[in-house]
Design a protein around this ligand. Sequence first.
Ligand code: NAD
Length: 253
Amino acid sequence: MILDQFKLDGKVAIVTGGARGLGRAMAMAVAEAGADVALVDILDMSEAKTQIEKCGRRCLTITADLSKKECVDDIVNTTVEKLGRLDILFNNAGIIRRAPVLEFSEKDWDDVMNINIRTLFFLSQAAARAMVKQGHGGKIINTASLLSFQGGILVPSYTASKSAVMGLTRLLANELAPHKINVNAIAPGYMATDNTKPLREDPVRNKAILDRIPAGRWGEPDDLKGAAVFLASPASDYVNGYTIAVDGGWLAR
Ligand code: NAD
């Protein structure tokens, strides 16, 4: 039956940036669908952990600074050791820095690129190695952005990193498909999280953004739950290397 293909019972997922925002919503989504979850973040994860455990799932919290790739093996090994296996990886943690091109600093370039694309690649590599070793495939879901498709303004390193996320999603999908590992991405539209607070607090930018969204509202983190479960589940077994926009129609405009 089709709904059975969306079930994640007995699966184990890693969600980076799972303490709050979009990562937390996607972690809840896969937990509600049946998966145990390892959350990875630099912030306190106790609220998210309690929420996941309330729906009957196990939740492991791994405190790690994803700006440095040295943590990736430990994240994968700890998950497999404590939760018994690894089936799903959400590469969701990401940051943004805003400044005009003419003033943009090297630090704002490196900080964003390190988390948003460099560690994303090496964590994907570590997870894929574990999945190949287990021998029953897996799912890697990256968080892309509208700026994987568009240029944006004032966010050069973010646009570069998220455009790279969409390209790398395709490359990883191509190389890992023979191992039954699906790699796809979700491109959230303008979502109401801490990450976009400065935009929502700027009346001019806020109005310009809302006027262009066909759905007429900012997205909520829960809007990603359907796509997250789809891409984490057997329902998407023949979907490889695709970036799904969940954007209230922004890109269709
Ligand atoms: P958020 O700031 O609310 O959450 C990001 C999470 O990542 C936080 O829990 C944060 O602590 C964690 N994180 C940041 N740096 C880290 C580090 N060095 N080590 C470990 N964890 C770290 O942001 P969000 O809006 O939920 O964004 C999640 C993802 O979605 C990001 O990749 C972001 O670029 C992307 N995104 C967001 C939007 C949006 O409108 N909010 C749109 C498109 C894409």
